[in-house]
Write a protein that binds this ligand. Structure first.
Ligand SMILES: [Zn+2]
Length: 136
């Protein structure tokens, strides 16, 4: 039996700047050119003023833990060997929330507000996976 490979994200014109930055190890988010509101994940329209004009801005790298779940069951066979793992919802310093893996901490030490940093970890497909770890 052939081992299953992880699914590869479908890169679009809208998300390409995110993935280009991720491959360089940088988390970039969109910034509305009209009102300055930042947003993540990539979206076509500003969530505040509905403008379609936007640029991209690099995040500070500072964030805090908003919530988490511990995956005990694989939604895809290619993730089975990594169980259990922590999926985190994180408040970026800039305001938006981001989702990612959380590593470098045991489940009993998790707490809301925990300071985090990010890195991008390439999976076997070369996909840069947003990964958080405790700061300091
Ligand atoms: Zn706006």
């Amino acid at each position: 039996m052939t081992a299953e490979k992880k699914p590869v994200p479908h890169e679009t014109e809208l998300s390409k700047p995110y993935w280009d930055a991720a491959r360089q190890g940088v988390l970039k988010i969109q910034k509305c050119s009209n009102c300055g509101t930042v947003r993540h994940y990539p979206q076509l329209v500003c969530v505040e003023c509905y403008s379609r004009e936007y640029g991209w801005t690099e995040t500070s790298g500072k964030s805090t833990l908003h919530s988490w779940t511990i995956a005990h069951h694989a939604f895809h066979a290619a993730f089975r060997d990594e169980l259990p793992y922590i999926l985190a919802t994180v408040d970026l310093e800039e305001g938006p929330r981001a989702l990612g893996r959380l590593v470098g901490i045991e489940a009993q030490d998790l707490k809301i507000g925990l300071p985090l940093r990010y890195s991008f970890v390439s999976d076997e497909n070369g996909t840069p996976i947003l990964t958080f770890h405790p700061a300091g």
